[in-house]
Ligand binder design. Structure first.
Ligand SMILES: *[C@@H]1O[C@H](CO)[C@@H](O)[C@H](O)[C@H]1NC(C)=O
Ligand SMILES: *[C@@H]1O[C@H](CO)[C@@H](O)[C@H](O)[C@H]1NC(C)=O
Length: 282
């Protein structure tokens, strides 16, 4: 029952960064930047210990939400200064108790790659955040809503979600697959997460081992309707965000974040991101 309720709430929200992206909108300067880069995919191999060139902060993120260190990029959720915890009554009378959420969200971090990729591969070497309620994500997101994701939750098990969305007909809770980290967890050690995307299939890998394959064919309803498969040029987004602001999301994210136990910002770490455009389509 509880699970049913949680899932129902979750279906109302989109995946992590989509929600954030829709909240914050975008500014004219960066839109212009994309327009310039839109026609071609640029291979990128960013070592964040050395540079952030080729990346732009999503509006709403500020320079305080990240640091560059010898290890790479430290992404942060800043502790909200006006933190209070609130409880939201449930609509579903069959569920006892109340789901928690935080009134104030910590300010998170999102970087957009300044190139669009239309098929190809990207890899990110990262350590996710270990605080429940914080969501680490590396995703491909297209303007039409197509999306291919890796998302990371805190907690001992099932931390890693591979997911995708077909922009014209978004369904929640159906396309995600949840797994454990290969050894231990996703927040104590670096793994390299990759997504290989072609017109025929999407392959999710961890340290070069395939963890999931989705074929275009299996998304084809074979009734004359287009396959529910991501086909639009997309940009890589990396980020760390606070999932505590809506009770259903907070529940999904294993939060809300308990800022009372949290002295400073919450952190996740990315060493590098590599984007390899498929020359046939870019
Ligand atoms: C970042 O990407 C999102 C999702 O595609 C887009 O909506 C947004 O405008 C971009 N933000 C910036 C600052 O470029
Ligand atoms: C085909 O199947 C899809 C997915 O089940 C459905 O959304 C769509 O409405 C169907 N289209 C037709 C023409 O029956």
């Amino acid at each position: 029952m509880l699970v049913t309720h949680i899932s129902a709430s979750l279906f109302l929200i989109s995946s992590a960064l989509t929600v954030q992206a829709r909240y914050v909108g975008y500014n004219a300067a960066s839109t212009e930047l994309y327009r310039r880069g839109e026609s071609e995919c640029r291979n990128m191999d960013t070592d964040f210990a050395k540079t952030t060139e080729g990346w732009v902060l999503q509006r709403g993120s500020t320079t305080e939400t990240y640091d560059i260190t010898d290890e790479g990029l430290t992404m942060k959720i800043l502790k909200p200064t006006e933190y209070e915890e609130h409880y939201e009554p449930l609509v579903d009378n069959k569920v006892p108790g109340k789901l928690k959420y935080n009134e104030y969200e910590g300010k998170g971090f999102t970087f957009n790659a300044t190139t669009l990729m239309h098929y190809g591969k990207f890899s990110a070497t990262l350590k996710s955040a270990k605080v429940p309620g914080a969501v680490t994500a590396v995703i491909l997101i297209a303007d039409n809503g197509d999306e291919i994701d890796f998302e990371f939750l805190a907690g001992p098990k099932k931390q890693i979600t591979s997911n995708y969305f077909y922009g014209p007909r978004i369904v929640y809770g159906e396309n995600g697959k949840v797994i454990d980290a290969p050894k231990g967890n996703a927040y104590d050690q670096f793994y390299t997460y990759s997504i290989e995307w072609s017109p025929e299939k999407v392959v999710w890998k961890i340290d070069n081992n395939v963890i999931r394959t989705l074929t275009r064919d299996e998304t084809d309803p074979k009734n004359g309707t287009e396959p529910a498969y991501p086909t639009h040029a997309a940009r890589v987004q990396i980020g760390l965000w606070d999932g505590s602001g809506v009770s259903g999301t907070a529940q999904w994210a294993r939060g809300p974040i308990n800022w009372g136990e949290q002295d400073g910002p919450i952190e996740a770490y990315i060493k590098n991101v590599k984007i390899e455009c498929d020359p046939k389509y870019n």
